[in-house]
Design a protein. Structure first.
Length: 226
């Protein structure tokens, strides 16, 4: 009887005591994985917001440069038109003066010819606007080149993040498959079922984060195509 009692005691301590110990290990692992995935998701969301803010700033700078370029083009066209008109008037007056010197009466009514000083001033204005326009074009091109370089770097980062997330997802799937075919399936414990559910939740979280990055990448591609 003593032996039976001892055996029963050993069985009682080994049997009922083992599932709690067995159950404490796997949830701890699942919680660590969940915490790591949560940190990754928070980090990814923070990066996403930062990239969106950078993209908005780049778009604002691009739009401002485009508007300045349009205004400079308009001013240049206006001055070119004015200078062309002045040149035509000067040519006309020179012809009339030449005819008058030949003894043939010139037209009685004629608008006053522009002075040489006014003509030179208009030419100086045209040169200044042309230089400003050229500077704006250079600034605009540099801004576009910088933006394209930053977008390329961001796209490379996004692709690397997507690759890492894909590896993590495949790792979770492999772990789940291994557990299905291992001792946990034979035991049929609640711990395995809970860990399986946790893994499915983590897979969904990682998939959502990857979808956000894919959406942002598509947005960058649309912007660079403009």
């Amino acid at each position: 009887r003593a032996e039976a009692g001892a055996g029963g005691g050993a069985g009682g301590s080994g049997g009922p005591g083992r599932p709690p110990l067995h159950g404490l290990q796997r949830p701890s692992s699942a919680e660590k994985v969940r915490a790591a995935a949560k940190r990754e998701a928070e980090f990814a969301d923070a990066n996403l917001k930062m990239l969106q803010m950078d993209n908005m700033k780049l778009q604002e700078a691009r739009d401002l440069l485009r508007e300045q370029l349009r205004e400079a083009d308009a001013r240049e066209e206006e001055l070119i038109s004015q200078v062309t008109a002045l040149q035509a008037r000067c040519s006309k007056y020179e012809r009339e003066l030449g005819v008058q010197r030949s003894g043939i009466p010139a037209k009685a009514e004629r608008a006053r010819a522009p002075t040489a000083a006014a003509f030179e001033e208009m030419k100086a204005q045209l040169e200044a606007v042309s230089e400003e326009n050229a500077a704006l074009r250079r600034t605009y091109r540099k801004g576009i080149e910088k933006r394209d370089s930053e977008v390329a770097q961001l796209r490379a980062q996004l692709e690397e993040q997507q690759r890492l997330y894909s590896q993590q997802i495949e790792g979770f799937r492999k772990r789940a498959d291994d557990m299905r075919s291992g001792d946990a399936e034979a035991a049929g414990s609640e711990d395995f079922a809970r860990l399986k559910r946790d893994n499915e939740v983590l897979l969904q979280e990682l998939t959502d984060v990857r979808a956000k990055y894919q959406a942002l990448n598509a947005r960058f591609m649309r912007e660079t195509a403009r």
